[in-house]
Design a protein around this ligand. Structure first.
Ligand SMILES: [Fe+2]
Ligand SMILES: [Fe+2]
Length: 210
């Protein structure tokens, strides 16, 4: 009797285990946005340390989605990958490539632009997390536990070799993006900042060297 009451109450409280993946990874998105905003401000002050933390956390997040969530969904679908998997992997590849060179305004703006498109693909109606809610159901809590235990990712120092930027542009092109011009980059950062309420009208990107 007690258990039944708890089950009936759970959806109203928004604490069902079914949406554990959505809540965990959606929460990670909010934290990543906050880290990105802090890193922009720190870079503008000449401090790269917060950018280093953002790189590590974004790469870990991508690793969790690629190594834990997408395989779990494929298994739940009898071996068929989630319809969004290929699209999301291209986005992840573009984001990972953009973390290799030093964070210029163009690099930062392009990352902001991709995040603004990528997160709704995961969190929006019909997105990856909706698939997780539907397909993983009671397995969701144990999958989240694996996500929480995922190790941090070793991050290499920035590489500004002349061959890096062309490689970044190829990864962007494969995913349907391009490296934004400096003026476009500023607008993309402002848009993302508006979305996540990080900006209060300050000039975040303009002071980062291009
Ligand atoms: Fe993702
Ligand atoms: Fe994500």
């Amino acid at each position: 009797m007690t258990n039944l009451a708890a089950i009936e109450l759970a959806p109203a409280c928004g604490t069902t285990s079914i949406d554990a993946v959505r809540r965990f990874l959606g929460g990670e998105h909010r934290k990543l946005e906050a880290h990105f905003g802090r890193a922009l401000e720190a870079l503008a002050d000449g401090d790269p340390s917060a950018w280093g933390r953002f790189r590590e956390k974004l790469l870990r997040h991508i690793g969790i989605e690629e190594r834990i969530l997408l395989p779990a969904l494929r298994e739940a679908r009898g071996g068929d990958p989630d319809p969004l998997a290929a699209r999301l992997r291209l986005d992840h590849g573009a984001l990972a490539a953009l973390l290799v060179p030093s964070p210029t305004s163009r690099v930062l703006g392009t990352i902001a632009g991709i995040l603004a498109e990528h997160e709704p693909r995961e969190e929006g109606p019909g997105g990856l997390f909706a698939s997780a809610d539907e397909s993983l159901a009671s397995r969701a809590p144990s999958i989240v536990e694996r996500m929480q235990l995922a190790p941090s990712v070793p991050v290499s120092p920035h590489n500004d070799d002349p061959r890096v930027l062309p490689a970044v542009e190829r990864a962007l092109s494969r995913a349907g993006y391009r490296l934004l011009a400096r003026s476009e980059a500023s607008a993309a950062i402002e848009r993302l900042c508006e979305i996540v309420s990080l900006a209060s009208g300050g000039e975040l990107p303009g002071v980062v060297p291009s």
